[in-house]
Design a protein around this ligand. Structure first.
Ligand code: ADP
Length: 667
């Protein structure tokens, strides 16, 4: 390899990515004194990574294909901004050999391996052939060239069911099917190939023995252009949903010392097989005893922070040093393991609605102060838009402590102290997950989340006395603030000041629960609240992110956020979304009749399936909405005629917006 052609010093770095990873890379690049250039799409004009970088270049329209995935535009942006090197982050173009090659040809340094190395490792089949030669343990399977049905069927028989059919070009769990018996194989191949063709433009398949109840273990490696290669211990990422990682930790609590050394040695052997340069991950599945190579990722991973926290190494810094042609600063015996780290991925998604992504504006963004072994890698701030065009990961909460138990406790506390409002998040689900006794006990496998979904997504707890009291206190505080800051406020003129009132009635609704009532009594001394037969004396005093509520002598911390009639509360009992049914202000929710077809979630209209004037049967498809990667078809609620269509393909619509109107069939 001509080293200096690929790796040499640079001063300006373009980050070809967005969200938390772009922010993460910019942070380190800045501490190294580099000039940073962000790229962005039209949807990301005001995004956090754009604000953080020294300069930013607009790539194009929101759609990833027209912006972050547009190789020619990214190269052009580097030229425009005078960038000498490009960090691809993860996702988008990070594993595109074509992009690495294009950077090279444009005289840019690609922060990662060469195009040749990506090609060699990028295909699951190709890399398995390489690993076989290098003597790395593989899952028994077929990864040959021939793709005809007979060859694949014979291979599956020889391997023995259950098998896993996988797209050779696959990623993100797509193009993958478990096949339990020979008669399911043909159908699984057809659907996996279709998915692979659509996602990767390549429908070649490989077949592997399906390891039952497996664990996912992976090793971080990094190589320099002087022939040095290091392993930086392993991570365990067994907590997955649909083959996508949710919680990751380092080191693996499953391996003993000897197993750890063995898997790291196998990973070094794997990376050495392609004389690997840059940061990469060798992934294995394990039956708890042995590990089997499944693939290599030739880039930085989402979960790299847990490795950083146990080794004290800044992986992005090392990536940038390697790209500039430097030698790795340490030798293998200088890499030491300290303590335990756990990471949780915070997504804008609704675990109660099959993890449907949630989009919209972030109204509240509160994360605990990073310190004490707590790290937050975020890509969003208060006021930012979560767009339906990209992955819904908002941030990662990462905790370190001397022991696994303490790290889990710290992570859970970090999650509890995180409030994101405006979009629905998976934070309560993550809390339930990390506090599950089986997770504590490491009695898990990759199917754990799916099996325990009910326990992990409990119905919201009913609001109790503490919550009702907190809700009343929050309203009174808000009213006091409003009346102080706006002398002409309608709140004041409408007689909202509690002065002179003897009693005031509050009604709240919490989810599907029955309405709850509380009566506030004024008089001498602290206010009293009665709920049913019970009566409470309470006082409140402001605190950093809410107020302290003292209820019958017991003081507790309340986080509160009010918008209109919606109250969000966090108390020691959890999180509560209360609706204040205001008897005077009136609930001005517009009632949308059944004949209106309304967007159930914010999304993009991807297909119109019926025309104006069409006679529709009940259940006939009208249009398809896409919310991130999920499609949802809206159907006629009853038989009738399609009267109005209020949207067109490509429209981005908000939740509750009317999209079409249907007139019931006469008679
Ligand atoms: P992708 O590149 O699409 O993420 P991987 O090959 O990395 O696909 O596999 C993703 C996940 O699927 C792994 O983390 C593991 O949970 C599961 N998996 C992969 N191969 C096997 C196998 N042979 N047996 C059991 N589970 C597997």
């Amino acid at each position: 390899m001509d080293r200096t052609a690929h790796f040499r010093p640079f001063r300006t770095l373009l980050i070809a990515n967005r969200g938390e990873i772009a922010c993460r890379v910019i942070r380190t690049a800045k501490t190294m004194g580099l000039r940073t250039v962000a790229v962005y799409s039209e949807a990301d004009r005001d995004a956090m990574h754009v604000a953080m970088a020294d300069e930013a270049v607009l790539l194009g329209p929101a759609r990833a294909r027209d912006s972050y995935l547009n190789i020619a535009r990214v190269i052009e942006a580097a030229r425009q901004s005078g960038a000498e090197a490009v960090h691809p982050g993860y996702g988008f173009l990070s594993e595109s050999a074509e992009f690495a090659q294009a950077c090279f040809e444009a005289g840019l340094i690609f922060v990662g391996p060469t195009a040749g190395m990506i090609r060699a490792m990028g295909s699951k089949s190709g890399s398995k052939m390489l690993m076989e030669k290098a003597g790395v343990p593989l899952v028994p399977g077929y990864h040959g060239e021939a793709q005809d049905d007979a060859t694949l069927a014979k291979a599956a028989d020889q391997i023995g069911f259950p098998v896993l059919v996988k797209a050779s070009a696959g990623g993100g769990g797509r193009g993958m099917r478990i096949v339990r018996s020979a008669d399911e194989l043909a159908a699984a191949l057809v659907s996996a190939k279709r998915e692979a063709k659509a996602a990767f433009g390549d429908d070649r398949m490989l077949i592997e023995k399906y390891v039952e109840n497996p664990r996912h273990i992976e090793v971080q490696v990094i190589g320099d252009s002087h022939g040095n290669l290091l392993s930086l211990f392993e991570r365990e990422c067994t907590l997955q949903r649909r083959h996508q990682k949710v919680i990751e930790e380092a080191p693996s609590p499953t391996l003993n010392e000897a197993q750890r050394e063995a898997v790291c040695a196998a990973a070094r052997k794997a990376a050495a097989a392609v004389s690997y340069v840059g940061a990469g991950t060798i992934e294995f599945v394990s039956n708890g005893k042995d590990v089997f190579f499944i693939e290599m990722n030739t880039r930085l991973q989402v979960e790299h922070p847990v490795t950083e926290l146990i080794t004290g190494i800044d992986l992005v810094e090392w990536q940038l040093r390697v790209a500039s042609g430097e030698k790795l600063p340490r030798t293998q015996d200088q890499i030491t393991l300290n303590g335990h780290a756990v990471e949780a991925r915070v997504y804008a998604e609704n675990p109660h609605k099959n993890f449907m992504p949630s989009v919209g504006r972030i109204r509240t963004w509160h994360t605990p102060e990073p310190s004490n072994g707590l790290r937050i890698d975020a890509g969003y701030r208060q006021g930012d838009m979560v767009s339906p065009n990209y992955d819904a990961m908002l941030a990662k909460v990462i905790a370190w402590a001397p022991t696994r138990d303490a790290a889990i406790d710290r992570l859970n506390r970090g999650l509890e102290d995180t409030d994101v409002r405006g979009v629905v998040t998976n934070i309560p689900f993550l809390s339930a997950l990390v506090t599950h006794p089986d997770v504590r006990a490491n009695a898990i496998d990759t199917g754990f989340i799916e099996r325990e979904l009910k326990v992990l997504t409990p119905p919201a707890a009913a609001a109790g006395d503490l919550e009702l009291c907190a809700a009343v206190a929050a309203i009174l505080i808000e009213e006091a603030e409003v009346t102080q800051t706006e002398a002409s406020s309608p709140w004041r003129t409408a007689g909202w000041m509690p002065v002179g009132r003897r009693q005031r009635r509050f009604v709240f609704r919490h989810g599907q629960d029955a309405e709850q009532e509380a009566h506030l009594h004024y008089g001498q001394g602290p206010a009293k609240l009665s709920i049913g037969e019970r009566e409470f004396a309470f006082t409140s005093s402001p605190s950093a992110d809410g107020f302290d509520l003292t209820l019958d002598g017991l003081k507790s911390r309340i986080v509160a956020d009010i918008e209109g009639h919606e109250l969000y509360l966090r108390t020691r009992n959890g999180r509560f979304d209360l609706h204040w049914v205001d008897p005077f202000g009136g609930d001005d929710e517009e009632l949308v009749g059944e004949d209106k077809i309304v967007a159930p979630l914010p999304g993009t209209v991807v297909a119109l399936l019926a025309e104006i004037g069409a006679k529709l049967e009940k259940g006939a498809p009208i249009l398809t909405l896409e919310v991130m990667k999920m499609e949802q078809t809206l159907r006629a609620p009853f038989a009738g005629v399609l009267k109005v269509i209020k949207c067109k393909v490509g429209d981005i619509v908000q939740e509750g917006v009317e999209l079409a109107e249907i007139e019931p069939e006469a008679g």
